[in-house]
Design a protein around this ligand. Structure first.
Ligand code: ZN
Length: 132
């Protein structure tokens, strides 16, 4: 069974910490040992795991991506959102986390971030938990 999380983004580019929501799915399913796959079914939004303790880390992440892949360039894609597609390709569309004793095995400073690159929009995140 696949659980769907809804993420309503507020800005064109932002990261949204969805760790609590993912943890909620694992608790809800009552899985003690297994694997959790989180997949973003969009071409202009992705997902990554990084530091959640200091918000400046993700701010730097977004700002540097913007610097490397500017909104305007000599892109061919007529829709005008090539930068968002490229950022999504770099960040990726899925992450996988092991579950141990009912908890996602994240490092002390790690959080799961939904990455919006062409918002604001309402987005879907698919969460699949496989019990071992
Ligand atoms: Zn496009």
């Amino acid at each position: 069974m696949i659980r769907i999380l809804t993420v309503k983004t507020k800005k064109r580019i932002e990261t949204v910490d969805i760790t609590k929501e993912v943890r909620g799915v694992i608790y809800d399913l009552g899985v003690r040992e297994g694997i959790c796959t989180i997949f973003v079914p969009h071409t202009t939004a992705g997902i990554t795991i990084n530091e959640g303790a200091d918000p400046d880390v993700m701010r730097d992440f977004i700002d540097k991506l913007d610097e490397l892949i500017p909104l305007e360039s000599d892109y061919l894609h007529a829709e005008g959102n090539s930068a968002a597609h490229i950022k999504t390709g770099i960040v990726g569309s899925s992450v996988h986390i092991m579950i141990d004793k009912g908890e996602p095995l994240l490092g002390t400073w790690q959080s799961i971030f939904f990455c919006e690159f062409d918002g604001p929009r309402e987005r879907k995140v698919q969460v699949k938990v496989i019990e071992e």
